[in-house]
Design a protein around this ligand. Structure first.
Ligand SMILES: N[C@@H](CCC(=O)N[C@@H](CS)C(=O)NCC(=O)O)C(=O)O
Length: 203
């Protein structure tokens, strides 16, 4: 297996954190996004969507999309379980994974892509107003997640899951996207600090 990775790419980091939690290591190939290596003919042949991460299996099959890669790894290495143990657990993790991905992570990445000068190379048409819309959406999502978390340790319940990985990566990426995490969101900040203290967060 070969993992196509990029050091500062938040989606690639989701997979790296997941692998670290599982204690699994996969040889990786670095794709230089700033030099648009993801658009090279060789990488496009692997992933026509021109995005990292991508996992190439020994038979040449390519799995792209961070969560699809994580699901595959989870099937091969079930412990510790990160996609849930029973019907309800799996449903709640899926619910939070999707909420965090669509309502928090995606707006944070859009705010970054449409405001940061370094992203001009990838977003040839940067729309400042779209960045602002997404900043506001990310803050709305932070408020909802803060409320939902209450005192529970992890977003989908008592166990660390793929949803927490997406939450941590989204909140960490809020910094380069210039979205402050309000002091008001005490539950959210406590959750983020606990996730950031796990050894996997260094991945
Ligand atoms: N939905 C995809 C998103 C992948 C994605 O957007 N990757 C970014 C890096 S975080 C990328 O490759 N960007 C290159 C580009 O936009 O040209 C996933 O979950 O893996």
């Amino acid at each position: 297996m070969k993992l196509y990775d990029a050091p500062f790419a938040p989606n690639a980091r989701r997979v790296r954190i997941f692998l670290a939690e599982k204690g699994v290591s996969i040889p990786s190939v670095e794709i230089d996004l700033a030099r648009l290596e993801q658009r090279s003919p060789a990488f496009t042949a692997l992933n026509p969507f021109q995005r990292v991460p991508a996992l190439e299996l020994d038979d040449g099959t390519v799995i792209a999309e961070s969560v699809a890669i994580c699901r595959y790894i989870d099937e091969l290495h079930p412990a510790p379980p990160m996609f849930g143990l029973d019907a309800l657990d799996r449903a709640l993790i899926e619910m939070w994974q999707r909420r965090l991905e669509l309502s928090l992570f995606y707006p944070v990445t859009q705010a970054f892509r449409h405001s940061h000068p370094a992203m001009k190379v990838m977003e040839s048409t940067q729309i400042a107003q779209w960045a602002e819309v997404n900043k506001a959406r990310a803050i709305e999502a932070m408020a909802l997640v803060d409320k939902a978390l209450g005192a529970r340790p992890f977003i989908a319940g008592e166990r660390f899951s793929i949803a927490d990985v997406t939450g941590l990566v989204a909140l960490d990426f809020a910094k380069p996207a210039r979205i402050a995490i309000s002091e008001e969101f005490a539950n959210l900040r406590r959750w983020r600090e606990a996730l950031a203290a796990r050894p996997s967060a260094k991945a």
